[in-house]
Design a protein around this ligand. Structure first.
Ligand SMILES: Nc1ncnc2c1ncn2[C@@H]1O[C@H](COP(=O)(O)OP(=O)(O)OP(=O)(O)O)[C@@H](O)[C@H]1O
Length: 494
């Protein structure tokens, strides 16, 4: 349907000439002889754009513009005037006019202004829609990759279909699983997670199916498994590619029959669970190598959602950085920080082998270490792992960071131990104590980054007792972030 333009002018000839001209260009037109009539039309029915004279009796164009903006702030209005002064044009723009044209109007200019206004409008509407979707899914990113994911979530969530979510570590697979649950018919039920890679092989069966009292040494009481806990809800099997072969066969049976027995039990339990699974492995290759059952693969892979690595969707970086920066500033009780364009350029060039999780950690460090109010290019450069090959900047306020892998490999490599902050330079403007604290903070943040924010694992890596590690974090002003993956109870706790 052609776009409709409301033309507002007290001169009848102008109304008719403009109307003819716009209709010839393919627009529908409505005519209003005063500001008040324009307001009535806009209140009564949808209009795509307004073209309005400034000088009119009764209500002048600027007053009408202010009222139209109050009524429909998103409606694009182009003002026109035969007596246009710079002052009037500035005022009109301040009031929200999209453009200002001088009379007599040149047809070409008018059509270009109108086309631009409508295009701008369409982009704004699209953005609003995306923002609404992001808000709905707790996920940030307006690029084509994320749009595809939002659209798949929207279509898949309400079904009972099993979904396999693939992608490198830290790309947001768990967020996708949670969004699928939150928008499913099971949303009032539980969302239960099991990280198959985090549970010792000998315990995975009892984690999934539960056990009876005395089933094995240490089974001192009956315990319900994740399947039972997820009854009438969703079970998210993270890192399913790491599930031991014997368990794959047992899982297949539950998926086929919806029945299970607790370890050491004889009673058959019926469960109503939707299973979502995620992996950073290529399961087809795992099948070819004999590590994963093909029949299980087809059972869990009814719909596949791939979460691309961050380096393949750099267009999402500004939004992600902005969101994480504001969150981190609020969490650390500091005024909002801004990223300078130079800092954004530096950050956009980094490959993020640890994907969004790594970005989030880097931004958290910025919020803790940068003095602000805006992050400079050298500060951002100093923050990024050196192995990325960026030239060392002159002395900056952020201490140097340890090396990290330069390649953008398929998964975030985890060193056995976090490296000490190599390249740490003494600084004349910090006391010895402050520099020691800076270094401690760096080591802790680095350990957390390499254990995917798992506090227990990070403490273990640094050979610190967990309670001591917490105290140290607190003393250094580091709080547990929202992304903290510390399990609440038992391995893979939700
Ligand atoms: N699109 C996004 N918007 C906002 N935050 C995101 C987005 N994607 C990922 N994150 C954040 O990045 C971190 C890692 O996300 P998540 O745990 O979902 O990744 P994952 O792919 O499941 O990782 P892993 O494979 O290591 O378990 C979390 O803090 C999450 O909130």
């Amino acid at each position: 349907m052609p776009a409709s333009v409301l033309i507002v002018d007290d001169e009848k000839n102008i109304l008719l000439t403009l109307s003819q001209s716009l209709q010839l260009a393919g627009y529908r037109t409505e005519l209003a002889s005063s500001g008040q009539v324009a307001l009535d039309v806009v209140s009564a029915r949808p209009v795509d754009a307004v073209l309005m004279d400034v000088k009119m009796p009764d209500m002048d164009g600027l007053t009408a513009l202010a009222r139209l903006q109050a009524l429909k702030p998103e409606l694009p209005v182009i003002m026109m005037s035969g007596h246009g002064t710079i002052d009037t044009a500035v005022k009109a723009t301040q009031l929200g006019a999209r453009d200002f044209l001088e009379k007599p109007l040149a047809r070409d200019k008018l059509l270009v202004a109108l086309r631009n206004a409508l295009k701008h409008q369409a982009v704004m509407e699209e953005l609003q829609e995306l923002r609404a979707q992001m808000g709905r899914y707790d996920m940030v990113g307006g690029g084509p990759g994320m749009q595809r994911i939002f659209s798949l979530i929207q279509r898949t969530a309400p079904s009972e279909g099993r979904v396999l979510i693939t992608g490198e570590n830290g790309t947001g697979k768990e967020l996708i699983a949670r969004a699928l649950h939150q928008h499913s018919r099971r949303k009032a039920g539980p969302f239960v997670k099991l990280n198959c890679a985090a549970v010792p092989h000998e315990l995975i069966e009892s984690e999934l199916f539960g056990h009876e009292k005395g089933a094995f040494t240490g089974a001192v009481s009956v315990r319900r498994g994740k399947f039972e806990l997820a009854h009438e809800g969703t079970l998210f099997l993270d890192e399913i590619g790491d599930m031991p072969a014997a368990m794959q066969a047992k899982l297949l049976r539950v998926l086929q029959e919806g029945e299970l027995e607790r370890v050491g039990g004889t009673e058959t339990l019926k469960v109503d669970v939707r299973v979502l699974a995620a992996t950073n492995k290529n399961l087809e290759k795992e099948i070819a190598a004999g590590h994963f059952r093909e029949d299980l693969y087809y059972r869990i892979n009814v719909v596949q959602i791939h979460s691309p690595p961050l380096r393949e969707r750099r267009e999402d970086l500004p939004d992600l950085i902005d969101t994480f920066l504001q969150e981190a500033c609020a969490r650390n009780g500091r005024k909002p920080l801004r990223l300078s364009p130079e800092a954004l350029t530096v950050m956009a060039a980094y490959p993020y082998p640890g994907n969004v999780r790594e970005l989030r950690n880097l931004v958290e460090r910025l919020a803790i270490l940068c003095e602000g109010p805006s992050v400079s290019g050298p500060e951002a450069q100093e923050l990024l792992p050196r192995a990325h090959g960026l030239a060392a900047p002159p002395a900056a306020s952020v201490p140097a960071l340890p090396s990290a892998p330069a390649s953008a490999g398929p998964a975030l490599p985890r060193p056995a131990e976090p490296a000490a902050p190599a390249g740490f330079r003494p600084r004349a403007d910090r006391t010895f104590r402050e520099q020691v604290e800076d270094a401690e903070r760096e080591i802790i943040l680095h350990a957390l980054a390499h254990t995917q924010e798992n506090v227990t694992e990070a403490a273990r890596l640094l050979d610190l007792e967990r309670g001591h590690f917490y105290k140290k974090m607190k003393a250094l002003g580091l709080r547990r972030g929202a992304a903290d993956k510390e399990p609440a109870a038992g391995p893979g706790g939700e």
